[in-house]
Design a protein around this ligand. Structure first.
Ligand SMILES: [Ca+2]
Ligand SMILES: [Ca+2]
Ligand SMILES: [Ca+2]
Ligand SMILES: [Ca+2]
Length: 454
């Protein structure tokens, strides 16, 4: 089938190549519109009244998804750093989403954040880190079921370096208790915290730096769902182009680079190829470049290029079409990023390393976009949160299930209109350093090929 790459192919390019060579060999003037099981999306937006915008500001930095009120439906938190309220959350009301205030004071949250029941009272609490303006990391006590007033904010960190882009909770040392980790870009450190037994009165928590870098790009990113990379039964930390596992008795962690070029990235991990170690995806988050997925061959991580992306600050792995195989979502920012040409890509996996590349949405930049079941119907929807592009604004793409496969619908395209593009795409398939303009061209050409395949 067109668009389906085998494990030996290079995913991401395979779709274009197969089509290209089929056209060249056949010399025909028609393309087959590939039968596609890709999900159809129903668009909801703050611009059409389905939900309110977070506030009047245009720097919507963070986005965290969890079930705040314990009703089984995913809720979500959005932070904005120029206006108040600075942190709000949203709950589905049956037709749209209502907004509630978490913090009505001015704050400058950074991208990232995570949730965990820090005070062990049965509801999930929120953590966000401050941006380059300061050295704070905060947690907010979930007041469930009383959501009539802002949440109580407490400090995890108020000293040391500034900027905290991305946080994660997990039992990373295997002691049966969940720990908290955050990147601290200002101090070039990865900080590890045991959660205090009395978090409401403990004051700032005691950090253990478990990794430090001295040069090169910033490190950032954690998977939204932690994984056990080396299959020893203990969760591992993934991010900044590497993974870390605990060793010995002294709370030490060992660094394992996956790709040194992928430090400044957003990431996701999961069993894209069933069995063995989980695979890892790194997407250039605050820069442009090739997004790649990585597979452990027993001795080293083998990189597979997905495609060039512009500020691919959304990177998730979940089973979007519910076929039992994990899929990849990478979304491009608009400003900075791809502007009105921003795409949300979904690669539908076959569980064996083959992917069908699709564009789920086009035209609105996404930043820290997340999957969640936001309407409670049992399937994964997309929270389309921009950072600055057209902000203030939020959109939600509701999952309407896989498109019906049709074998008798063909569409005709003129080869002359796209052959120069395809030839250019072939010529620019070199590895190594790629000029920004070349990367943008490759991205535009291959995106055009996908849209033609629609
Ligand atoms: Ca809920
Ligand atoms: Ca709690
Ligand atoms: Ca799937
Ligand atoms: Ca849903």
């Amino acid at each position: 089938m067109f668009g389906k790459s085998s494990r030996r192919d290079k995913p991401g390019y395979a779709r274009l190549d197969v089509r290209t060579f089929a056209v060249v060999l056949a010399g025909a003037a028609v393309f087959c519109t590939p039968a596609s099981g890709a999900v159809t999306w129903i668009h909801k937006s703050s611009t059409t009244g389905d939900l309110p915008a977070p506030n009047a500001g245009s720097q919507q930095t963070c986005c965290v998804v969890f079930d705040i009120d314990k009703d089984g439906v995913d809720d979500f938190v959005v932070g904005e750093r120029t206006k108040t309220p600075s942190v709000v959350w949203y709950k589905y009301n049956g037709t749209g989403w209502n907004k509630y205030v978490i913090d009505d004071t001015p704050l400058k949250p950074e991208a990232g954040g995570d949730a965990y029941d820090i005070d062990k009272d049965g509801d999930m609490d929120l953590v966000l880190g401050q941006d380059a303006s300061g050295n704070a990391v905060w947690w907010w006590e979930n007041p469930c079921p009383d959501f009539g007033k802002p949440w109580t904010r407490r400090l995890i960190k108020d000293s040391g370096g500034r900027k905290h882009h991305d946080q994660s909770f997990g039992d990373y040392d295997g002691d049966g208790k969940v720990e908290f980790v955050t990147w601290n870009q200002g101090d070039k450190k990865l900080l590890f915290y045991n959660i205090p037994g009395d978090p409401k009165t403990a004051g700032p928590w005691m950090p253990s730096p478990i990794y430090q870098w001295s040069s090169g790009r910033e490190r950032e990113g954690f998977p939204s769902i932690p994984v056990d990379i080396d299959l020893d039964g203990r969760l591992d930390i993934v991010g900044g182009g590497r993974w870390f596992n605990k060793y010995g008795d002294g709370g030490k962690f060992r660094e394992h680079p996956i790709d040194e070029e992928m430090t400044f990235t957003q990431c996701a991990a999961g069993q894209l190829v069933k069995g063995g170690r989980p695979e890892v995806v790194f997407s250039p988050g605050d820069m442009d470049g090739d997004a790649k997925w990585y597979q452990w061959d027993g001795e080293k991580w083998v990189a597979h290029t997905l495609r060039p992306v512009l500020h691919g600050h959304t990177c998730e792995i979940r089973d979007v079409d519910q076929d039992g195989n994990l899929d990849i979502m990478i979304g491009e920012m608009g400003d900075p990023g791809a502007g009105d040409e921003a795409n949300i890509y979904i690669w539908y996996g076959d569980g064996a390393g083959g992917f069908e590349e699709t564009i789920a949405w086009h035209g609105q930049g996404i930043h820290e976009g997340k999957f969640g079941d936001f309407d409670g119907d049992g399937d994964l929807d997309i929270l389309l949160k921009p950072y600055h592009h057209n902000a203030p604004r939020l959109d939600i793409l509701l999952n309407a299930g896989p498109r019906k496969v049709s074998l008798d619908r063909w569409q005709r395209y003129h080869i002359g209109a796209i052959m120069p593009d395809i030839c250019a795409a072939i010529q620019t398939r070199r590895k190594g350093a790629i000029a920004r303009s070349c990367l943008r061209q490759r991205r535009a050409l291959s995106a055009k090929a996908i849209r033609l395949a629609g």
